[in-house]
Every structure is written in C-alpha cells, then in structure tokens.
Ligand binder design. Structure first.
Ligand SMILES: Nc1nc2c(ncn2[C@@H]2O[C@H](COP(=O)(O)OP(=O)(O)O)[C@@H](O)[C@H]2O)c(=O)[nH]1
Ligand SMILES: [Mg+2]
Length: 305
C-alpha cells in the first residue's frame, strides 16, 4: 500500500513544481546571505503563502544566519520546512469526541463546487474507519442531483443518511437529522449544505437557520461549522473564510483539490493570517483521498518529492 506521505507528495506535485521544488533545488547547500534571502523572498512572494508568512520566514532565516556562526553549514531548506511547519500548526486543534456530548454536529459549509458533498462522503468513511458511529444529512435540497449524490456516498461509506425530497426545507431536515442522531447514539452527524442560493445573504441566512434549529436539539457547544475550500482558490480563500466565519463561525477547514492545483501554498497563508485550523485535506476524488492534516508532512511534501 502506498504510504500516506508518498501519496501526499504525489498530490502536491503541481504545487512543488511551481515554486517550492525550485527553492529546494536552487538553495540546497548554499550559504545564507543577503543575496540568498532576497532571491528567496522574491520566490516565496510568488507562491501563495502570502506576504506575512514570507516576511516572517525570511526574517527568521536572517536572524538564524546572524546568530549562528555556522549558518553557512545550515541547510536552508530544512530551516524553511521547520518554519513553515511551525506556521501550519499554529492553530492546531485535536478533534475530541466526548461520549457525554453526543452527537457532535458538523455543519459542512462552502461555496458551490468546493467539494462539500464529496468531503462529507470521505469524512463519513474516515470517522467510521476510526471507530465512530456516523450519520449524514442531505440539507442541500436546492440542487436536484445533490441528494442522490450524497446517497451514493452514504452507500459507499456504509453510514445512515437522513434525506428528504428536493425542495424541502433544509432546516427541517437538519432538525430531523439531529434528533435522529441523538436518539441513535451517533458520535458525529455531518450535514451537507447548499453552496449556491439566489444571493449570498440568502445562503448565509439558511446556514444560520440550520444552526439555530440544531441548537434546539443539542447544546450549542456540540455544533460546529467546518468550511470546505477549493485549493485552486489561492489567496481568495482568505476572504471566503472570513465571510463564512462571520456568518456561521468556522471551527475548522478542509482544503480540497490539492492534487490538481499549483496553489497549495495557500494553506500557509491561511494558517498565518487566520486563527482557524486546517483539519483535513482533499487530494483526489476517491473515498480514501482525504487526509488528516499533518503540518510536518505537508511542509516536507512542499519541498521534496
Ligand atoms: N481532484 C479532486 N477533486 C475533488 C476533490 N474534492 C472534490 N472534488 C471534485 O469536485 C467536484 C465538486 O465536488 P462536490 O462535492 O460536488 O462539491 P459541492 O458543490 O461543494 O458539494 C466533484 O467533481 C468532485 O469529485 C479533491 O480533493 N480532489
Ligand atoms: Mg454538494
């Protein structure tokens, strides 16, 4: 079986080929001096990690070089990996299951096409595999095919699904789903939501309503919102997170489609500039193509194949 790190490295090929792999090739074995730092800064600014992370990393390297006489022998790329990994785990939060607060309810949010439904399916599989009792709810009743799409995922992952007809009130389904999850002793209920309504305000109102209704069944602290972001979004991901965070909160992120994008550096920008943890990453369309996010592995895979 292909290892988790190997698979991650394969998935990040485009991101690595765009900038990070070059950094690794060009700088390995070179002395850390002003020339190198200038070159590095220029490259990092092109990489989607953002201005703030770039400055932090370059400053750190400058200080290390000034502090340590042996800086000439320091491997720049190892230092970079350590710095980036540090940024990536800044907001780290473990997913904790408390048997006394069942079910935990995850509202899966995000714009249309970001990968919500696919992620719900993969998460259902992931949590089931790790021994949890999982249920999913089809609250995207806006798009005709959405419920059927989720049903296929429920079958694949072997978990219960709560659904209603297309056009039904998503909040009503959410109410039924949370109630059912509570009475059946479910550990985690994953609620798939719509991404495109007539207006953005409309979508946010619907999400808020789903949340309010869920709070009638279980304590508010058991309800979380997890935002799914398409990795191709690049730096625009930051504004998406902020918009959803304001409306329904954002307890964690899933960044998808990292297998097809050169913009995988954006996870560094998100971690540096926002206080939300990246919890999972999507690296393909299949059920197993979801990984619990690991900062060290990600930093390693950015630079080395
Ligand atoms: N390559 C790749 N495709 C993905 C990933 N996640 C989702 N997709 C694809 O993105 C498309 C939209 O996904 P979907 O779950 O329907 O998005 P939704 O509108 O947010 O529910 C589908 O074709 C998925 O197969 C991923 O991690 N990698
Ligand atoms: Mg969907």
């Amino acid at each position: 079986m292909i290892s988790k790190l190997r698979k991650l490295k394969e998935s990040l090929t485009k991101t690595r080929d765009s900038i990070f792999g070059k950094i690794s090739q060009v700088f390995t074995g070179r002395k850390i001096d002003d020339d190198l730092l200038d070159e590095l800064e220029e490259l990092l600014l092109k990489s989607d990690i953002g201005v703030s992370a770039t400055e932090k990393i370059v400053e750190n390297l400058r200080e290390t070089a000034a502090r340590e006489k042996t800086a000439e022998n320091e491997d720049v790329v190892s230092l970079l990996k350590t710095d980036i990994s540090g940024i990536l785990q800044k907001n780290k939060r473990d997913i904790v299951f408390d048997p006394a607060s069942r079910p935990m309810v995850w509202l899966i949010t995000g714009v249309n096409g970001s990968g919500k439904t696919t992620t719900v399916g993969k998460l259902a599989h992931y949590f089931k595999k790790t021994g949890r009792k999982v249920m999913i709810a089809a609250c995207d009743t806006f798009r005709a095919a959405a419920v059927e799409q989720l049903e296929i995922w429920a079958e694949r992952s072997g978990v219960d699904i709560i659904r209603a007809q297309t056009g039904a009130d998503p909040a009503a389904i959410a109410f039924d789903a949370v109630s059912a999850a509570k009475s059946r002793g479910v550990d985690i209920l994953l609620i798939d939501t719509a991404g495109r309504l007539h207006t953005k305000a409309n979508l946010m109102e619907e999400l808020k309503k789903i949340r309010r209704v869920a709070e009638k069944v279980v304590p508010a602290k058991q309800i979380q919102a997890h935002l799914v972001i398409d990795g191709n979004t690049g730096q625009n991901a930051l504004s998406q997170v902020k918009i959803f965070m304001e409306a329904v909160g954002c307890d964690g992120l899933v960044v998808t489609k990292l297998d097809g994008t050169a913009k995988g550096g954006v996870i560094v920008a998100i971690s540096e500039e926002l206080s939300v943890p990246v919890e999972f990453i999507g690296i393909g369309e299949a059920i197993e193509d979801l990984q619990l996010f690991d900062a060290d592995s990600y930093a390693e895979a950015l630079f080395n194949a």
